[in-house]
Design a protein around this ligand. Sequence first.
Ligand SMILES: [Zn+2]
Length: 143
Amino acid sequence: MIKGSCLCGEVQFEITGEVTPIQNCHATRCRKATGGAYAPEALASKDGFVWIKGKGLLTEYTAPILNAPPAYKRAFCKMCGSPLPVEIEGTNFMMLLAGILDTKTSTLVFRHAFVSQKACWHEITDKLPTYQGQPPVPEKYKS
Ligand SMILES: [Zn+2]
């Protein structure tokens, strides 16, 4: 069981099973959404995902479509602004940022996405695969 929560603790969720490996996304929109150098994105199956507390504080923002659907959608806590898991339309997955997890997980970062939009002040120092744009979705996570 993996637990996660926002900064103020008013929103809590649980995931049965594991989350996917983490993709560090350097896209401009992901940097804006997090305030960080990248968004550490993991997926969790909707089947094992449950909101424990504070679902009413969940707020969603959908950005205008840039190139092609689906739209860029973010969820956050209305109280503290922490990024929260959001459904990926047309799939069986929730996308979450690994920094909000409270439970230790064996999941590791496995690649970098949208490196062409990387912050000028950030240097990638690991040897993980890099993709200039959106990498392909691993076959096992398509649904
Ligand atoms: Zn909060």
